[in-house]
Write a protein that binds this ligand. Structure first.
Ligand code: PA5
Length: 442
């Protein structure tokens, strides 16, 4: 039998909401799927992700793997430069699959990230690390004009060219961008870089299964074929889980639950939640609507945010990512003196304690008026992560249409950029510079 991730709804427990309110949204959810399939909804020019997994050919994956292998073999470090959708998917999958202490283990080519912030110390420290080392660059930008990655690329390209010479540097740079448009496309053509295309109809936050995510993930040594195969399973499966999640979260939102926290009990999933926050935040937060997506790492954050979640304002619900099997087995030993009083746990696996913390927390939260949804992931493998990615993407499209917004645009992201360019005197922004300076002087 094919094993899959599974979604269960415990929202009706503790009478936080009535199941009938969830069921009442089924017709809207079905209509939303129809809009996606027929391309009749808002944002229909960005539906390339919908049947993306099944359209990925083995030839294409072989090419990605060959590029990854060449980079791995010639570099100690590969820096993936990108931000938002051009960063978070790769980071999420790599963190979920990596040994937590990989960074301290010698020998393997390591993927590092840049261009996902404008921290001067961050880039300085990275450049310091890369000085005199063999490194390569994957520069990722759909628009090809985003400021954060453009700054990081200018700096690291210059450094690589100085270290290796222009010709060798060009062999170690791969650009992932639009087929025709943008500064990065022109630059890549001029410099002769290997390139991959981000399809026009796939928005940044839905692009992890394009080369944007696949190449860095492959460079890190993970199985992109299995990742895609997992996504295909979800794409070709039925929509039961998508309906459960999309209907329940909308019913909860209508009942006043304005915040959703994505909860994990597995530290490797921290960045998966960061990817999810972008997916749902950018897709639904518009027209003065939308659940605020937040996340917590338990049990760590039970010692910081636990109090608020248990007893704070009752506007919150949670979606728990529960991982079945751990890779390792660590058993708590018996201690004759038992000075720490922990012998009641002797002989138990650490994960058994974690699982009881998970169940105990969910029950406590339901009792405290925090409904929860449970997503069970059999294990942290490429295949299940592929399933999870596609599940969240599809549920996001359905949920956004139920909410009544266009889930595939992000007009609000431009506001800060306009101000930043005006403040930095970017050519073409003269009127905005004058207006913002006048505002600051008031
Ligand atoms: O989802 C999105 O569209 C954004 O988060 C983008 O991915 C992000 O702004 C980076 O854009 P680009 O890939 O054009 O550099």
């Amino acid at each position: 039998m094919t094993q899959k991730i599974q979604v269960a709804n415990f929202a009706a427990l503790g009478q936080v909401i009535d199941q009938a309110k969830v069921d009442a949204l089924h017709a809207s959810a079905v209509a939303a799927v129809e809009k996606l399939e027929k391309g009749t909804g808002e944002g229909n020019d960005f539906l390339g992700w919908l049947h993306l997994p099944s359209s990925i050919t083995s030839e294409f994956l072989a090419d990605v793997e060959a590029t990854a292998k060449a980079l791995r073999e010639s570099c100690e470090f590969v820096v993936a430069i990108g931000i938002g959708g051009s960063y978070l998917g790769a980071k999420a999958v790599m963190e979920a699959l990596s040994d937590s202490f990989d960074a301290y283990k010698p020998g393997k080519c390591k993927v590092l990230f840049a261009g996902n912030n404008i921290g001067e110390d961050y880039i300085a420290e990275l450049m310091d690390l890369l000085k005199g080392r063999k490194f390569g660059i994957i520069v990722i930008s759909k628009s090809g004009t985003t400021t954060e990655p453009a700054i990081a690329f200018r700096l690291l390209k210059d450094m690589l060219e100085k270290q290796e010479g222009k010709e060798e540097a060009a062999k170690r740079i791969v650009a992932i961008t639009d087929e025709k448009k943008g500064a990065l496309r022109s630059l890549a053509t001029q410099e002769g870089y290997k390139t991959y295309v981000i399809p026009d109809n796939v928005g940044g936050r839905f692009s992890v299964l394009t080369p944007v995510g696949l190449l860095p993930i492959a460079v890190a040594g993970f199985d992109v074929k299995a990742l895609v195969a997992g996504a295909v399973e979800m794409e070709q499966g039925d929509d039961t889980d998508v309906f459960t999640y999309a209907q329940t979260r909308n019913a909860l939102y209508q009942a006043g639950k304005k915040i959703e926290i994505l909860v994990n009990f597995c530290p490797r999933l921290h960045y998966f939640a960061e990817w999810w926050k972008q997916l749902y935040g950018e897709s639904e937060g518009k027209d003065n609507l939308g659940i605020f997506p937040a996340s917590v790492d338990f049990t760590t954050d039970l010692h910081s945010m636990g109090q608020w979640i248990q007893e704070g304002e009752r506007t919150i619900f949670e979606t728990v990512l529960s991982v079945g099997d751990q890779n390792a087995t660590v058993v708590i030993p018996n201690d004759e003196a038992n000075l720490d009083g922990l012998n009641f746990l002797a002989g138990k696996r650490v994960d058994e304690v974690n699982k009881m913390a998970e169940l105990g927390t969910r029950l406590a939260h339901v009792d405290g008026g925090v409904p929860n949804l449970l997503i069970t992931i059999p294990a942290l493998t490429e295949r299940y992560l592929g399933q999870l990615i596609y599940f969240f993407e599809k549920a996001c499209g359905v949920s956004g249409y139920i909410l009544g917004v266009n889930p595939f645009n992000q007009p609000g992201v431009e506001a800060y950029k306009k101000n930043m360019f005006a403040l930095l005197n970017k050519p073409g922004y003269e009127a905005e510079t004058a207006a913002i300076q006048a505002k600051l002087q008031k």
